[in-house]
Write a protein that binds this ligand. Structure first.
Ligand code: ZN
Length: 174
């Protein structure tokens, strides 16, 4: 497994809509494993393929608590079948927008259908942090970031800050 560099705002790839994964083969499983390792190393609780520059509908999540057994979840080509009218608010962050956090309101529960690491269709009913994390990562597959859910004023401030930082950082991802 390999730790991959994570792309950072304002990289235009983050706005790209990812394409479905055609078949779950060894290359896709290797990509999922690399993404899990990259996510654990960061550390984070979710990562979409586009965040390492691969525009495919694939994401990984692990919302297990520190000290608990790891619960890696590989989600390929997800579809949200239904989501609740009830909303919940979480303070979200993103590995592509380091050190920035903001409260985002989303449906509290949802049902997602997806293809798993073995290429099998699977359905998951999610609530709590897992529900938020799934929606955050599925957003990435559609070129949407969590800052697209906050006020324009706050969003513009974050984008300005990261655009300025990217100029001093140069083109190399660190
Ligand atoms: Zn993110």
């Amino acid at each position: 497994m390999t730790i991959k560099p994570i792309i950072i705002l304002p990289d235009p790839l983050l706005k790209q809509v990812s394409e479905p994964v055609a078949t779950v083969d060894d290359a896709v499983r290797k990509l999922a494993d690399d993404m899990l390792e990259t996510m654990y190393d960061a550390p984070g609780i979710g990562l979409a393929a586009i965040q390492i520059g691969v525009p495919r509908r694939l994401l990984v999540i692990d919302v297990s608590k520190e000290g608990e057994e790891k619960q890696p979840l590989v989600v390929i080509n997800p579809t949200i079948l239904k989501s609740s009218d009830e909303r919940s608010v979480y303070e979200e962050g993103c590995l592509s927008i380091p050190d920035y956090y903001a409260e985002v309101e989303r449906p509290a529960t949802l049902t997602v259908e997806f293809v798993n690491r073995d290429g099998k269709m699977q359905t998951i009913d999610a609530d709590g942090l897992l529900a938020t994390c799934l929606q955050h990562e599925i957003d990435h597959l559609n070129g949407t970031l969590f800052i697209d859910h906050i006020s324009k004023l706050k969003r513009d401030m974050v984008i300005r800050k990261f655009t300025k930082a990217s100029k001093t950082r140069g083109t190399k991802a660190i």
